[in-house]
Design a protein around this ligand. Structure first.
Ligand code: PMP
Length: 401
């Protein structure tokens, strides 16, 4: 049966890219956008913009209402207990930096911050820098042979000095779900805070913050079919109270004089300056669109597509997968062929994939590879996309061998 995406037509860019001879297989880097988002952005920018939480005029009230509605939509999407548990940021990277500064006062010399060997630089470097500032130790959880954090090692390495555990939900290189249900209680048992980088995970399926029981969860709108320049930080009510303010300016302050200031609590206290208003409203519209889809059908489609990708790769001699991808993407190398050369030939044939170290240099080093090709899928991809990719791959391999 042909692999068709019933949602493809909702993403107008795909037809345009197709007309340009481009097959988009790089959704883990960023996704294409649904018409619903484009309409919401056009509506917002056409009907009169205004700043939020400030003026009393009608356009400002409208913008504030739409902005705060988006907070409610994100809270619902994540099943947060309350919309005030959602802080808007300018991306996942900014949310992680917010945490690394906001929690700094809880980390002292000799404390341990635990990350894993598969982290994206965005969930590694902010903690590395925090460890440096506070003379703390960065502990790295190793992976097992399937590219999953080794629970046995984690049980040993998460200990009484652990103050914080920061791990990805779904690896952007290995495409494997990480065992949060086992890891998060290990941190909790030591009284440590937990941070989950949901940048990739949030795009696939639904994730329930109350069931997950982490302290903080970070997502990036542009990977979730929403606009760039927006991220969200979920923090459990009592965990948000532990954060110290980190960026200072308008709207995050209750009272200020020349020498002192008193700041709002979260979320507003962590949204200094004019936020990305249009983007936040656009993210809300994107979640409205996604909420209306048949979630089970989306899951089934993504899994079928992914299986077809893995089957096709397994049929090509010399192709080596990194880890054991479960969903969304696959990264691979090919024996005796440089990933850069292969990427060049795929790109020349209109295949939009990514090659390199995928912002995870320590992981690539530990896997013993210089770089890899990554094919990543969105809900709009279909069997024709995969066929074009495999045809291009076969042609490229023939040329390079
Ligand atoms: N974490 C992971 C796992 C990611 O894949 C990415 C984006 N590549 C990020 C964090 C950072 O997201 P952003 O660049 O949108 O801030």
């Amino acid at each position: 049966m042909p692999l068709i995406s019933p949602w493809r037509a909702d993403f107008p860019a795909l037809a345009i890219l197709e007309a340009q001879g481009q097959t988009y297989l790089d959704s883990a880097a960023t996704s294409q956008k649904p018409q619903a988002l484009i309409d919401a952005l056009t509506g917002y920018y056409t009907c009169g913009t205004a700043n939020v939480h400030r003026a009393q005029h009608q356009p400002a009230e409208r913008a504030t209402r739409a902005f705060e509605d988006s907070r409610i939509k994100v809270a619902r999407w994540l099943n947060a207990a309350c919309p005030t548990e959602i802080v808007f940021t300018r991306g996942a990277t900014e949310a992680l930096n917010l945490l690394a500064y906001g929690l700094e006062h809880l980390i002292t010399a000799g404390d341990e911050i635990v990350v894993s060997a598969l982290e994206h630089h965005a969930n590694l470097l902010p903690w590395q820098q925090l460890a440096r500032r506070q003379n703390a130790k960065l502990v790295v959880l190793p992976l097992n042979e399937h590219g999953i954090i080794d629970i046995e090692a984690a049980t040993r390495l998460i200990g009484p000095r652990t103050r914080l555990l920061a791990i990805s939900q779904l690896s952007n290189v290995l495409g494997a779900w990480q065992p949060l249900a086992e890891l998060l209680p290990l941190a909790k048992a030591q009284g440590a805070l937990s941070v989950v980088d949901g940048s990739q995970g949030v795009v696939h399926g639904r994730h329930d913050m109350q069931a997950l029981d982490c302290d903080f969860y970070v997502l990036s709108s542009h990977k979730l079919y929403g606009p760039e320049g927006v991220g969200a930080l979920y923090g459990r009510g009592e965990s948000l109270l532990k954060l110290r303010h980190w960026q200072f300016g308008g709207e995050m302050v209750r009272v200020a004089d020349f020498q002192n200031a008193d700041f709002h609590a979260a979320p507003l206290g962590f949204e200094a300056g004019t936020p990305p208003i249009g983007g936040v409203i656009g993210l809300g519209a994107t979640l409205d669109y996604l909420s209306k889809l048949d979630a089970e059908a989306v899951d089934r489609h993504e899994l079928t597509l992914h299986n077809a990708l893995l089957t096709g790769l397994a049929q090509r001699p010399g192709v080596r997968l990194l880890g054991r991808p479960q969903l969304a993407l696959a990264s691979f190398t090919v024996d005796d062929i440089h990933h850069g050369d292969l990427a060049h030939l795929l790109t020349e044939q209109g295949i939009a994939i990514r090659s390199g170290t995928h912002c995870a240099q320590p992981l690539m080093k530990s896997l013993g590879v210089e770089g890899a090709i990554r094919v990543s899928l969105g809900l709009y991809n279909d069997g024709v996309d995969l066929q074009r990719f495999f045809d291009a791959l076969d042609q490229a391999l023939e040329m390079l061998r």
